[in-house]
Design a protein around this ligand. Structure first.
Ligand code: THG
Length: 267
């Protein structure tokens, strides 16, 4: 499972304030904590507090100097993404990279696929287009297949392509849970080997009372359907234990009595 720590996101109050005040400590603290918890990547996102290239450069530099963990650069503006990728390569050298994200829109898909090739990064493709995010299975799969085909055509191998079916809040769009799971099942059959399949997990429990339980249950079900990457709260030890256990049940890791300890050390 590829675990992407969600916490360095300006939509969290402490991170938003840290970006505004250019206060490195909270960001570097979360970078270290998420790395220790086993994050393979750290998602970095300015949120709504800034759209400035200087602020994104600062955020990337701040995270990179605290830990050697690769970043998932999360932004939906093409121009801002260009600046961020250039900054990341300058600061972090050849460190692995995930570009988060493109949509299936023609105006974004080709440029972002080219950036992924140029910067040798993975690319998350969320199944949205100019009409927004689909509510049904077929349209999700159609847009996923389009993203996959365009990326492959441009020379990205399947292991650099991540399809994201867009997880919706269970509380407000309850029927979308099973549609997302079925879309994941179909993404896994797009090619052999398949692309990675990634979800923004915490969306599932947005505004809900039982956040941790909903996230944990959703992630295990998504893994069964073929999901192998998640932007999530890696600080939730129960969530990490559920991931480790699901990997055993799916025979992705070899059983040992101390598998939880082994999984924790992995990061
Ligand atoms: N797909 C991709 N990228 C994404 C998402 C996705 N990036 C952003 C987001 N979705 C994933 N990251 C988060 C980060 C935090 C929360 C949810 C998703 C979260 N928010 C609280 C809430 O919604 O209630 C509020 C934050 C707070 O506590 O202040 O937990 O789907 N590719």
């Amino acid at each position: 499972m590829i675990l992407i720590g969600e916490r360095i996101n300006g939509s969290f109050k402490d991170i938003g304030a840290a970006i505004k005040e250019k206060n490195k400590a909270p960001i570097q603290d979360w970078a270290r904590k998420q790395t220790e918890a086993g994050a393979d990547y750290l998602d970095v996102n300015l949120g709504a507090v800034s759209k400035s290239p200087e602020d994104f450069h600062w955020l990337i530099e701040t995270a990179c100097e605290a830990v050697p963990t690769p970043l998932s650069i999360d932004c939906n503006k093409l121009d801002l993404m260009r600046v961020a990728l250039e900054a990341y390569r300058q600061i972090a050298g050849a460190r692995p990279l995930v570009i988060n994200s493109t949509t299936a829109e023609d105006s974004k898909l080709m440029p972002l696929v080219e950036l992924a090739a140029q910067y040798d990064g993975g690319l998350i493709g969320v199944v949205m287009d100019e009409r927004g995010s689909p509510q049904d299975i077929d349209r999700r799969v159609e847009l996923g297949a389009k993203i996959f085909a365009v990326a492959m055509e441009a020379g990205l191998p399947p292991e650099k392509i991540f399809l994201d079916p867009i997880v919706m809040p269970l509380k407000f769009m309850q029927e979308q849970g099973k549609n997302v799971l079925e879309a994941i099942r179909q993404f896994a059959m797009i090619s052999d080997p398949p692309p990675h399949i990634s979800i923004g997990l915490s969306n599932a429990a947005s505004k809900a009372e039982e956040r941790a339980l909903i996230n944990r249950t959703f992630l295990v079900m998504a893994m069964t359907a073929g999901c192998d990457a998640a932007i999530c709260n890696v600080m939730d030890a129960e969530l990490m234990n559920a991931v480790a256990t699901a990997e055993l049940v799916l025979n992705k890791e070899i059983y040992s009595d101390s598998y939880l300890k082994a999984h924790r050390k992995r990061g």
